[in-house]
Design a protein around this ligand. Sequence first.
Ligand SMILES: [Fe+2]
Length: 246
Amino acid sequence: MIDLHCHILPGLDDGAADIRDSLGMARQAETNGVTQVCATPHIRHDHDVVIGELADRVAALNLALGQAGCRTKIRTGGEVAESIVSALDDDELRAVSLGGGGRWILLEPAPGPLSDGLDDTVRQLTDRGFRSLIAHPERHLGADLLDRLGKLTRAGSLVQVTAAALSDPETAEGMAILARAGVLHVLASDSHSSRFGRPVAITLGLERLWEFPLLSPHVDWIAWRAPEAIISGQDTEAPYSPRVEG
Ligand SMILES: [Fe+2]
């Protein structure tokens, strides 16, 4: 499997503290059947991440993992804040595209309810040749969330849900509502450390998807085909439509 959202680069944002922590996360991935991990540091005004350094940082981590006998492969990426997209040029966006595929941007909506500003940002990305993978729907549970995600999905976005959010008591019911409405498309760990919080794991979340009749025939697309297309920079369309207005 492929983890599309993981803060595995050491000493960079609020993710892995050091190389030992990164190695611990890569080992968790290995244990959990995750063979490739997109390193997605925060690309946001409050994190001092230099986009031009990311490829070298990923290469250095891959070298260290190989020397440690870990088979997990790290790919480039970024968790790009809605608020910073307009300040990035196309080369910078390509450098933080998921897997280095040049097409898909992991987009972190601004805090608070999803707004027209997110629609505008997605439209801007589309106009510039990118597609959006919307992160963290669990942070925006509100009255119009389904309608907004339905609208964004119809406009070509996909929605990435944190795998652990499907079983976290605080978010599980909200995520189940997204699953039933067909606005859940891929799962990822959003792990920040091997020492606390969510591990680099997706399997438990995937198992929960079998509970949803709309999604269960398409777990293969959710688990493998969509992530593979995303990191390869290819278009892919969900084999199910949103069952919401918008
Ligand atoms: Fe994240």
